[in-house]
Design a protein. Sequence first.
Length: 324
Amino acid sequence: MNARQHLAPVLLLGALVFLVHARAQKENLKVDVLWVSVDVAVSDSNGRPVHGLAKDDFVVYEDGQLQEIRSLSPIDTPNNVILLFDRTISTRHVRPLIQMGVTQFLEKLRPQDQIVVAAFGRTVDTLLNWNGPEIELIPRAISKLVWKPVPNNFYEALEWAIKKSREVQDRKAVVVLTDGMDKRIMEMTGSLKFPGRGSIPKVRVVPIEEDRSFQNVLRTISRNQVRFYFIVPSTQVAPRIQPDAPLVRMEQFAQASGGRMAVAKESGDIPALYERIAADSAESYTLNYASGKPKKDGVFREIEVRAKRPGLQVRQSRTGYFMN
């Protein structure tokens, strides 16, 4: 065997070691880098939207530390929105307002935008699939829907929306009107008996740390680039012993996705909330940066976005996030 024949296995082994090491470095990089995105709307001193900005026109701080903006999606990026509303008995009283809100949202769509409209209860029913020909009939279709006293599969509806959003590209968002009372938030623990009058179920609110279904959906939302906006009716139906249980969960979903939750102070505020989300979506940039603190410490991290040009006002989709 000559020198070249001796050398070939050594070179091959070295190449394999290099490839394994490079792959390990690449995999470590994926673990160590945390990508964060935030939508921002920019206006001038007269309140008019400002178009045509680039990533170098912004600065982003996380907990006071300057971050490097890696990319920016311009205002004219297509928006792909799923309008999802709760059709269980708890939201029946706001059906006309849902119809008004959805109508106003549809009116603010730009030519490049796409939309899905769906209702959920036990299952999800699609009324409009990505700008289908029935878009003009949506308000009437909502008015004909029957609100039913069925279990609320809120978590499954969110997972359905994430799966549906994978059919499209560009910017994605889900707008959900609901009281957030998934059937798994309440758990039967027995019954209360009343002599001569029968019994009633005894229930408890499942603590958020024990709610595995919630934790699974939260992880799924955190891993997908889909904004979630929640509109909560003012008279939400929630357990009296812990009325904020659904709100806490929706707030975490919104924070994890870069969206937000809005509680209607009065039922009449619902159409205006739809309109505000539509307007913000149509006039927003999306900034993406790699956080300098990728460690999962459960601490809230504050985000601040500023425009370099004097006199410009910036409105953020979120002010921070929890790294769980």
